[in-house]
Design a protein around this ligand. Structure first.
Ligand code: ATP
Length: 265
């Protein structure tokens, strides 16, 4: 079991000598093997929430549990993929993917087999010996995702992973992630500025409010996706044309617009 529990989580920071509350009181559970996307206005605390799950940031109040254990720091059960690919420029694709396996006790053959499987899964065959600067942005991000997946983490934390990609590559990566997520589900927390991306990828979408970040609403996508057979379409644009998709997208847009206009509830 690898659910993520936010138990009355708050996080404050100091800015200009004053303390301010960046993340309000968050109570929320990402269920085991569930894909949850977070959307919200800029600065509402999305990245801070993800960094706290990663153990890169500690809550000021409350606690975060992953698989019943309180998060006290980073751990191999949680892998993070950021917007900037953060690959080692001096290492090849193969060496970058294998890097995380270094400290794991397994034979070289086993490490190579795991790496080869991910290379092929992410469509990187033939690029094993290439260096990051020889790859396109989309390919670099595929290496970053492969590097996270090869560790077989129970939890995958993704912060705008496709934010730096061009629109076409982004669509290809979204379709690949959907295939990967349905075939090999993990507990995923995914931050995005794109409402379409959130609705397309996630089982549930969390809409956060303006600072201090609070949960404004949680929208269930999975029951509708399954009922309307979204996964029978292999192309994102076909899903985006469906009435059920358009309705969910508008619902979330409306909630976000209320946040940016400062409508009180
Ligand atoms: N280490 C820090 N020190 C001081 N303030 C911080 C720190 N990290 C985040 N903040 C502040 O906390 C608030 C929330 O930041 P965070 O990056 O979590 O927001 P976000 O919702 O991810 O924003 P965006 O969508 O623009 O990426 C912001 O006001 C930010 O300036």
């Amino acid at each position: 079991m690898a659910d993520i529990v936010f138990d009355s989580v708050q996080r404050s920071f100091k800015q200009g000598g004053k303390e301010f509350l960046a993340v309000g009181d968050i109570n929320f559970t990402v269920k085991d093997k569930e894909f949850v996307a977070i959307v919200g206005p800029s600065g509402c605390g999305k990245t801070t929430c993800l960094r706290m799950v990663a153990g890169l940031e500690i809550p000021t109040k409350g606690r975060i549990l992953v698989g019943d254990k309180e998060v006290k720091g980073p751990g191999p059960d949680r892998a993070v993929v950021f917007q900037q690919f953060a690959l080692f420029p001096w290492k090849t694709v193969q060496q970058n993917i294998q890097f995380g396996l270094k400290s794991m006790s397994m034979s070289i053959a086993e490490k190579q087999e795991k790496t080869a499987r991910l290379v092929s899964l992410m469509g990187l065959d033939g690029y094993e010996q290439a260096y990051p600067h020889q790859l396109s942005g989309g390919m670099q991000q595929r290496v970053a995702i492969a590097r996270a997946y090869v560790l077989e983490p129970e939890v995958l934390l993704m912060d705008e992973p496709f934010g730096a990609l061009d629109a076409q590559t982004r669509v290809v990566m979204q379709e690949e992630l959907v295939r990967l997520a349905r075939k090999n589900p993990k507990t995923v927390l995914f931050i995005t500025h794109s409402v379409e991306e959130a609705v397309y990828l996630a089982d549930r979408v969390v809409v956060m409010s303006r600072r201090p970040g609070l949960i404004r609403d949680v929208i269930e996508i999975k029951p509708i996706r399954e009922k309307e057979g979204w996964d029978t379409h292999s192309r994102i644009e076909d899903v985006m044309d469906l009435n059920s998709f358009v309705k969910l997208r508008s619902q979330i847009w409306k909630l976000l617009r209320e946040q940016s206009l400062g409508v009180d509830h």
